[in-house]
Write a protein of this length. Structure first.
Length: 487
């Protein structure tokens, strides 16, 4: 019997991006059965998969923990009640399967006895046919009952994964994600790079309502928002206060474009200030628990401290909507920059307004991605990279980072850790006295035979961005696959 896995489960089990499997389906290397993949076909394509080495997904998990700022204890086993429920459901499925097999076995044995009777009473061709059928059934029974074939490793891993995490499908987009550990449905969706609709994420506003189409949920956090009786009867629940007991299908609103998210005004506090280099500071702001910021990776915010304001790209992932990072360059002519480098300290209030900008990922594109950053253009690029890693949709991610400022490649260790941990990520640092955008485009054209196979995200000083975009267009690169931001 063919054992089928969802695309997301299959990608997680063999340790590749979902986009990689989608491309193999399109090319004909993998067969798809109503959107699901055969475990046997996967093992033939990825024969090096081993249960012992792949079940924990240690490398990818470790880098995501660091990139997304999540505490390890939040990503451990589900709570005892949820774990018991999932084990019970698996046990019930196993009991149902055992009962079906026993009935089929009894049916086959009964058929064998009937054939023996027909063989004894029959004559001529009928007797010979009954004898041949009886011998066939006897051989097949011996093969099945005496078989010692090892179970498919991916199926075993999938059974374990079903206990550790719940698989969620969102309608109508058909996006998929996993709920791990003690995560709520909303937490897990944000960590997976999805932009589901929500407001406070604290059980007060009701904006994260979703309708449960199939599966069961359990409340794990307090909520003040009260669903109406009609909403309850239709299966609505709050994603911010419930988790998935098992595999789930929900109907929920998603933001796919920058204009889908309304501007918000939030008073955050300075969590920390870290020097990234002689002329660069990382500003870490934290929003209140009851008022988190919705944004898409790559967008900007207006920041106001006292009388000073500026607009900066967010340098962190939307999957952690409370902890926001910004890379502030020293600039004597900018009042906000002067405040950051002189008097701003932990605990001080900073008002946030936004988000702004359309420098966001094409989340449904299956093309590989080239990120081109110059100096602090790395800030929005960093947000996009972390979002792309969460989505696991691109077969390859390649970062080129040109550094001309004294701070250099100020987060080079982070970039190297991404490259070490992820097989599909390449990091190319370029140190230069000045940013030569045309030379960079010539270099990447030489290193990649078909640039049109990529989406390109370009960020940095205005002159660099304009020159690089012009050089790409001169080579015939399509504007529809190019996104730019001045940072």
């Amino acid at each position: 019997m063919r054992q089928l896995l969802s695309l997301s489960r299959a990608a997680r089990l063999v340790g590749v991006a979902r986009g990689t499997l989608q491309q193999k389906i399109q090319s004909g290397e993998l067969a798809s059965f109503e959107g699901r993949l055969s475990a046997d076909d996967l093992l033939r394509l990825y024969p090096a998969v081993h249960l012992e080495s792949d079940i924990g997904f240690e490398r990818v998990t470790a880098i995501k923990e660091e990139a997304f700022g999540m505490r390890l204890r939040e990503r451990m086993l589900p709570g005892p009640e949820i774990l018991a429920h999932r084990l019970f459901e698996q046990s019930r499925d196993l009991a149902d399967l055992r009962a079906h097999l026993q009935r089929y076995h009894a049916m086959v044995v009964g058929l064998r006895e009937r054939l023996s009777d027909e063989e004894a009473r029959g004559t001529g061709d009928a007797r010979s046919s009954a004898a041949r059928l009886g011998e066939f059934l006897e051989r097949e029974l011996q093969t099945v009952l005496g078989g010692t074939e090892a179970p498919n490793a991916l199926v075993v891993m999938d059974d374990m994964l079903r206990v550790m995490s719940a698989h969620v499908v969102v309608r109508p987009s058909r996006h998929e994600f996993f709920v791990d550990g003690a995560d709520t449905i909303l937490d897990a969706a944000l960590r997976s790079g999805l932009a589901l609709n929500y407001g406070c994420s604290n059980g007060n506003c009701g904006l994260c309502k979703a309708r449960v189409v199939s599966g069961q949920v359990q409340k794990v956090r307090h909520q003040d928002y009260v669903l109406s009786e009609a909403e309850k009867q239709q299966g609505y629940t709050l994603m911010c206060s419930h988790t998935a007991l098992g595999d789930l299908v929900i109907e929920a609103l998603e933001s796919s474009e920058a204009g889908d998210i309304p501007p918000q005004q939030i008073v955050a506090k300075v969590k920390a200030l870290h020097e990234l280099g002689g002329d660069l500071m990382q500003l870490h702001l934290q929003t209140p628990r009851t008022s988190r910021l919705r944004f898409l990776a790559g967008q900007n915010l207006t920041l106001t401290a006292g009388e000073s304001s500026t607009q900066l790209p967010i340098a962190s992932c939307p999957c952690d909507d409370r902890n926001l990072h910004f890379h502030v360059a020293r600039n004597a002519e900018d009042g906000f920059s002067r405040k950051v480098f002189s008097s701003l300290k932990a605990g001080d209030p900073v008002t946030l307004f936004g988000p702004w900008g359309d420098f966001v990922l094409r989340a449904d594109s299956l093309r590989s991605i080239l990120f081109l950053a110059c100096d602090t253009g790395f800030a929005p690029i960093k947000s996009l990279i972390e979002h792309a890693m969460a989505l696991e949709a691109s077969e390859r991610l390649h970062l080129y980072w040109v550094a001309t400022r004294p701070a250099g490649h100020y987060l080079a260790n982070l970039c190297r850790s991404w490259a070490d941990a992820l097989d599909n990520f390449i990091y190319t640092p370029i140190a230069a006295k000045r940013a030569d955008a045309p030379e960079l485009i010539r270099r990447i054209s030489a290193e990649h035979s078909d640039l049109n196979a990529f989406d390109i995200y370009l960020a940095g000083p205005e002159a660099f961005v304009l020159d690089a975009a012009r050089a790409l267009r001169e080579q015939g690169f399509p504007d529809a696959q190019l996104a730019t931001a001045v940072a």
